[in-house]
Ligand binder design. Structure first.
Ligand SMILES: Nc1ncnc2c1ncn2[C@@H]1O[C@H](COP(=O)(O)OP(=O)(O)OP(=O)(O)O)[C@@H](O)[C@H]1O
Ligand SMILES: [Mg+2]
Length: 253
């Protein structure tokens, strides 16, 4: 099966820091792949390279087997890739509905729409529907998102990504700030969109969570893929061993 998204030999420097040293990665439609690795392994950098935020120095990215150039986040989104960034990208002064529709605002019908007037009631209605479908509970959807808790903000960012993605959703530590209940809801959303055929890439340092939600695991160490596992056959020791370099797996790249 052709992976929906494939990265081959991605190299990315930040000045003299070599964040990615020929990293490879792939994910297929309808699977959750956990991308794991120690702090500084290059996970967030890889996600940024695969969502148009950073431009790799070299390497190849393929979507459905065809080489693409992800030169901006807009290009990546147009190709069906949505991302929940570790350093959250929500607009704090806007309410959750406006954040959900950020960059994709619904305009009023007719002349007002042509003049750029937004259809806020319609966006609120659709946003409330999506939040409820995805199990995101907010006391109010018309307060600035900056006044919500960190976990609620993270839930809105997760909802926005799955609402708009058509092929791949990257989630960089989406549950890190969440309590038990919200965390389970996000994991349920991940399973649900996976079952609808989406490719989901989850970055997490929580190994029980990784083993419970993912179908496969890819391990990055020092900017390279060093191991891959099917989640069903992997143990905690396997994952930790690969991340720390205690175990080596031939031929991972
Ligand atoms: N904007 C940047 N400028 C300079 N160096 C950077 C930048 N972003 C990342 N790096 C460096 O690149 C390397 C990989 O960082 P990255 O954020 O991708 O790691 P990570 O695997 O996501 O780690 P964590 O689990 O802590 O989030 C690190 O050495 C980091 O210091
Ligand atoms: Mg990171």
């Amino acid at each position: 099966m052709t992976p929906v998204l494939q990265a081959q030999n991605i190299v990315k420097h930040y000045g003299s820091v070599e964040a990615l040293r020929g990293a490879s990665f792939e994910v297929a439609a309808g699977e959750v792949v956990a991308l794991i690795g120690d702090n500084g392994a290059g996970k967030s950098t890889l996600v940024k390279c695969l969502s148009g935020v950073e431009i790799p120095d070299s390497g190849t990215v393929l979507i459905d087997g065809n080489p693409v150039t992800l030169d901006s986040p807009v290009t990546a989104r147009r190709l069906g890739i949505e991302t929940v960034y570790q350093d959250l990208a929500v607009a704090p002064e806007l309410d959750p509905a406006a954040n959900l529709f950020l960059g994709r605002e619904i305009k009023r019908k007719g002349l007002l729409g042509k003049l750029g007037v937004l259809d806020k009631p319609e966006m609120r209605r659709q946003a409330a529907e999506e939040f409820s479908r995805l199990g995101v509970t907010l006391q109010s959807i018309d307060v600035p998102i900056g006044s919500l808790s960190g976990g609620q903000r993270q839930s809105v960012a997760v909802a926005r990504s799955v609402v708009w993605a058509s092929k791949v959703v990257f989630m960089d530590e989406p549950t890190a700030a969440l309590g038990v209940v919200q965390r389970e809801k996000v994991l349920d959303v991940i399973r649900r969109v996976r079952d609808e055929g989406m490719a989901v890439v989850l970055i997490s340092h929580n190994m029980p969570e990784v083993l419970s939600v993912s179908d496969r695991v890819e391990v990055l160490r020092l900017g390279r893929r060093v191991a891959r596992f099917s989640a069903a056959g992997a143990t905690l020791e396997d994952l930790v061993g690969a991340m720390t370099g205690a175990l080596t797996q031939e031929d991972a790249a």
